[in-house]
Design a protein around this ligand. Structure first.
Ligand SMILES: [Zn+2]
Ligand SMILES: [Zn+2]
Length: 77
């Protein structure tokens, strides 16, 4: 049994996710996202796609980056 790092649920088929030098076990993608996904600096949603990084800050989309005064960021499709 492995315990989910976010909610503490015991689960026999955990997701093991490694980010940099940190590995954690989760019982669902939802819990993994909650713990691991970066947050948009502007709207605070979880960034599940590629997102945008500018000046050390993460944004979910170019719109949010632009709203925060970051220029030169465009959505890539
Ligand atoms: Zn969980
Ligand atoms: Zn955003």
């Amino acid at each position: 049994m492995t315990t989910c790092a976010t909610c503490g649920n015991d689960y026999d088929k955990p997701l093991l996710i490694t980010q940099g030098d940190r590995t954690a076990a989760f019982d669902s993608f939802e819990c993994a996202i909650q713990s691991m996904a970066p947050q948009c600096h502007h709207c605070h949603c979880r960034i599940i796609g590629h997102g945008h990084e500018s000046g050390g800050q993460m944004f979910c989309c170019a719109h949010c980056a632009n709203q925060t005064g970051v220029t030169g960021v465009e959505d890539r499709v």
